[in-house]
Design a protein around this ligand. Structure first.
Ligand SMILES: [Zn+2]
Length: 386
């Protein structure tokens, strides 16, 4: 093949961010940039910062405080010990003046730094910490099932477990607000094909690929969600959308005020991400950081050149030693892992899921996102990034 033909076939990159045509759901828009750039611009307009954002947050704080009257807490805040959730907990307690219950989910992969951060922060802020620990054999088997399913995202234990821990705790404490800290400005919107999740899909993966039965795993099904959202009136509020949490100032504040230690990379409060990153790169040929770096380029936190430079390197934690450590802990041999890397790639569309059903409710879901009942970016992720 000639160099010319190779170039002709190379995926074209968006001139504004660092996503290219190899990213699922990527499309060029009329203005020459990509649909992920448009999505972020739309979210920017829907969720303003500055004075407008501050006054929305004030109204939210008043409403959450009113709802919390006579209860032990005002709201539940999901926390991992990482940058975004730690800053969110600080913001809820110190800036919004609320009485949160911090909820942490541990699937057995918490780093020591994350554990120390959690304890220090909750102690200093005088916030009660409720930790939900997943049964380790169940956690290990569920992750192994997703690895054997050959799908891009292999940490479903965390995604299902966090949702389950937050909603079940809020329902038990009779609280109506769960505060989350997904930041579209810092994290972007991940292509749906890279990390889709629903109860039917998880059940199908477990049935087909779990080598031993899961004993205590609690799935999060549609009927659970309907009960929590409409009977218990629980809302998932992403307050991060209304404050500026971009750049180093967040790490500096947390370190100075609470002795918080930087894990060095988004998601590294969870050590399994060494395997998550390695697996995606070697099986699917993508780098998870591309979404986050693109978001930061659009926000102006880093330059496009620096993002491209970063993508030429490996994350510091994606080492052979860390991958070996993860595989050993998961009980997967290198031989099995290598054969999984070579096996045909699959996506959630290769397995049963609720996605066809969700598509029918596209517009009601958009409304739930805009009314803070579901996270803001869910609509974009499920119906635009595909
Ligand atoms: Zn773009």
């Amino acid at each position: 093949m000639t160099a010319h033909l190779e170039n002709a076939q190379a995926p074209q990159m968006c001139p504004r961010c660092v996503l290219d045509e190899s990213v699922p759901g990527f499309r060029f828009e009329k203005n020459g940039t990509c649909n992920y750039c448009r999505m972020q611009d739309e979210l920017e307009r829907a969720f303003p910062l500055g004075e407008e954002g501050a006054s929305i947050l004030k109204r939210l704080a008043d409403e959450i405080r009113r709802e919390g009257r006579g209860k032990a807490y005002d709201c539940v805040v999901g926390i991992s010990g990482g940058r975004d959730t730690s800053y969110c907990l600080y913001y809820v307690k110190e800036i919004m003046g609320l009485r949160p219950l911090a909820v942490h989910f541990d699937n057995g992969w918490d780093s020591d730094i994350a554990k120390t951060n959690l304890a220090r922060l909750c102690d200093a802020l005088d916030v009660e910490l409720h930790t939900v620990i997943m049964d380790w054999p169940d956690s290990r088997e569920l992750t192994n099932a997703t690895i054997r399913a050959c799908v891009p995202y292999i940490d479903v234990t965390d995604d299902v477990g966090i949702a389950s821990a937050l909603y079940r705790t809020a329902a038990k404490e009779n609280l109506r607000h769960i505060i989350m800290s997904h930041s579209f400005r810092e994290e972007g919107v991940t292509p749906l094909a890279w990390n889709y999740m629903d109860a039917r899909y998880v059940r199908a993966i477990v049935r087909r690929f779990a080598a031993v039965p899961l004993k205590t795993f609690q799935n999060v099904d549609i009927h659970h969600m309907l009960y929590w959202m409409f009977f218990k009136g629980i809302r998932l509020v992403n307050i991060t959308n209304y404050y500026d949490d971009t750049g180093d100032k967040v790490e500096q504040l947390l370190a100075e005020k609470y002795g918080w230690v930087d894990t060095g990379q988004h998601h590294m409060d969870n050590e399994m991400f060494a395997l998550v990153y390695h697996y995606a790169r070697h099986k699917f040929g993508f780098d998870w950081r591309v979404v986050e770096l693109s978001a930061k380029v659009r926000t102006g936190v880093i330059s496009r050149e620096d993002a491209l430079k970063a993508l030429q390197t490996r994350p510091f934690f994606e080492t052979d030693e860390m991958v070996d450590y993860c595989l050993k802990k998961q009980g997967i041999s290198r031989e099995e892992y290598d054969s999984i890397l070579k096996a045909p790639n699959k996506f959630f569309t290769d397995y049963p899921s609720y996605y066809p059903l969700l598509r029918l409710f596209k517009y009601p879901i958009k409304l739930l996102c805009r009314r803070h009942i579901l996270p803001a970016h869910v609509y974009e992720k499920f119906f635009d990034a595909i």
